[in-house]
Design a binder for this molecule. Structure first.
Ligand code: NAD
Length: 357
């Protein structure tokens, strides 16, 4: 079992590459910041073609977690881990326990959680070898996706109000890429609010469920990004907004749950040039982590809902700030998050984890 601290990019506090011969674990843990608290962030398992892709993912996702928690006012830093491998073929209890052992060596600087390719059940196995796991205890069994969807919905209303002058979704069209855990709940909120919803999913079962139970209009996966609509909600994967796709979009607002929607940070300028209001992913998809934090505090349902609903105000501030300064929204959102990390405005926290597990 070995780990190696790789050359830092001057932005991350710690980047570990991990290899464990016994279990075959090959992973990366990226801790972007523990300034505001322990670096809480999910563990993604994916069959990356190259290790460089896995590293890029870990670096960008962990930075996004720092910004997400800072903007949401949570006492967490930002981290992320990635396991290289196909979860359907390579995931097993020995590998998950080995991952837990590495997390334990970080003594609470990084707190692992589920992400795509891992599940709450996997985290219960990870918890056999580390204390630093989020979302495994009895009170935290709830799926965070409905809260994430609620936050995205509030962000969509804020984006629509900015672009069209009022937040009403009656008769507005929304195209959702990905009708999985978040996308399905988002479609439900939207149809209940009177929106016309287009949706797409590469898994027929997920698409059919949304079509049959919510009346979503099916669109092919190749066409969903370019569907003519008022709001595009990417809820599947990252890097869908790049120079090629941006030129072909037919929407006024982009507001979805997927992490790292911009292929490059500068792509927010391309969206601005096209007059599209982009609601940065780390600002709009914070509902799940906000809710986990408030569950940990034993907050009431009303308090939890109000905390998630504050996402709307954050999105409005970002859209208005970007318009005023004539810069891309990603830039403004990152600047607002960094302000909260600034030693003058934020008290450095000792990374402690009260133990949600
Ligand atoms: P999920 O895996 O349940 O759903 C994703 C869906 O997208 C799946 O149904 C999948 O079949 C579909 N999909 C994949 N590629 C597609 C394509 N090319 N076209 C159409 N559909 C496609 O994941 P989720 O939990 O709903 O999360 C969605 C996104 O939001 C992910 O990027 C995730 O990282 C992010 N996110 C999720 C949460 C959460 O609480 N679940 C929180 C923050 C961010």
């Amino acid at each position: 079992m070995s780990h190696l601290t790789v050359n830092n990019d001057n932005e991350h506090e710690k980047i570990l590459t991990i290899f464990d011969a016994n279990s075959g674990l090959n992973a990366i843990i990226a801790i972007h910041s523990t300034h505001l608290g322990p670096a809480v962030g999910g563990c993604r398992m994916y069959p990356y073609v190259q290790e460089a892709h896995a590293l890029k993912d870990a670096l960008r996702l962990s930075r996004g977690m720092t910004y997400k928690s800072a903007l949401a006012g949570l006492p967490f830093g930002g981290g992320k881990s990635v396991i290289l491998g196909d979860p359907k073929q390579h995931k097993n209890p020995a590998l998950l326990r080995a991952m837990g052992e590495f997390v334990e060596t970080l003594a609470g600087r990084y707190v692992i959680a589920e992400d795509s390719g891992t599940s709450p059940d996997d985290m219960r196995i990870v918890a056999e070898t580390t204390r630093y796991v989020a979302g495994t205890n009895a009170t935290l069994r709830e799926d965070p996706s409905p809260a994430t969807a609620r936050g995205v919905f509030m962000g969509i209303e804020a984006g629509v109000a900015h672009a069209f002058g009022n937040a009403s979704l009656i008769g507005r069209s929304v195209a959702i890429q990905g009708l999985g855990h978040v996308g399905y709940h988002l479609a439900k909120y939207l149809t209940e609010a009177g929106a016309k919803v287009y949706g797409s999913d590469i898994h027929g079962e997920n698409l059919n469920r949304a079509v049959k139970t919510l009346g979503v209009t099916a669109v092919s996966p190749d066409e969903i990004l370019f569907q003519r609509c008022d709001v595009l909600a990417p809820c599947a994967m990252g890097a869908v907004l790049n120079k090629n796709s941006i030129a072909k979009l037919q929407t006024q607002v982009i507001a979805g749950a997927a992490n790292n929607q911009l292929a490059e940070d500068e792509d927010d300028e391309g969206l601005r040039a096209r007059g599209i209001a982009y609601c940065p992913d780390f600002a709009i998809n914070a509902g799940g982590i906000i809710d986990i934090h408030h569950q940990q505090q034993n907050a009431s349902h009303k308090t939890r809902k109000l905390a998630v609903d504050r996402i709307a105000q954050n999105v409005t501030n970002i859209l208005e700030g970007a318009q005023k300064k004539r810069v891309g929204t990603q830039q403004i959102a990152a600047a607002l998050a960094k302000e909260k990390l600034n030693p003058c405005s934020a008290k450095q926290q000792t990374p402690t984890w009260s133990g949600a597990a």
